[in-house]
Write a protein that binds this ligand. Sequence first.
Ligand code: ZN
Length: 329
Amino acid sequence: MIVPMSRQSSVKQSIPKELRFTVQQFNDRFPTEDACLEHLKEKRMPGGVTYCQKCQQERKHHRVTGRPAYACDYCGSMISPMAGTIFEKSSTPLRLWFYAMYLMGSTRCGISAKQIQRETGVTYKTAWRMFRQIRTLLSEDVQLEGDGVEIDETGVGGNTRRLGREPKPKKTVFGMVERKGRVKAVVAADRKKDTLLPIIKKYVLPKSVIFSDDYSSYDDLTRHRNEYEHRRINHSAGVYVMADGTHTNTIEGFWSLIKRGIGGVYHSVSEKYLQSYLDEYSFRYNRRHSGNLIFHSILEKVSERAEVRPAPKGDQKSVETSASSEVPF
Ligand SMILES: [Zn+2]
């Protein structure tokens, strides 16, 4: 089909219809707190059926009027679909949580706590904590493979020029990406061989073809010839693409996405949370062909990552209060 030039550009920018989930659709799907709770219930206890601790067997449960809970049809014991999830200790409405996940899944370059504060009226601290909690769902243990796995290390954050302050060193981040595929990025203690090789072995399957620059930490990859095929590009000599197609442009593209995001949206990220930001960016990158249906993948993670049983009483340290002494960024 031929598309006129003017339409081509608009087609390019917009998300294909089948991959779209608009704010309007979000509002239709989750109009109220109850709709969100119902969704969570269906995910965690389909049809309201779940194990009742008191009856010690599977029972049908019904909604308790006026409370975000369901009660056993037989003995009346109550259970909350939020138990064991990131929502459990939160007083923030579920709908706001869902919307925060929607925003996080709909952006390409990241979204700041400030933005959701402006859009929803929650405090900055609450917004920041919601995002932090959502990010904990997004780490994935992927196994990369194939004939084009690019690896590279980079420095993120740090500063050198702030008056009256100790310069902070950049943190080393190590990334591995399949061309046209998935990415895995981790915070690394340093750039040494002994640090990076185990990471590669953990995330890249044997027999893969690995592309890297000529940095010396990758020297030993050639000693594992039976494990990996290794092709290098001589960056230090100013070469970026070899005649045979060897390059590391894919991982560098991912780095620029991360750096634009952290620089532009998050300004700076403390060491403690850097990994969770990498996880957030990787999660989106790995679903970059899903439009803003990424929201559904994030939502899916809530029940996937939920603890099956709520924490026993006495061990219920509130997430909200335990974080109160921490300063964002
Ligand atoms: Zn019961």
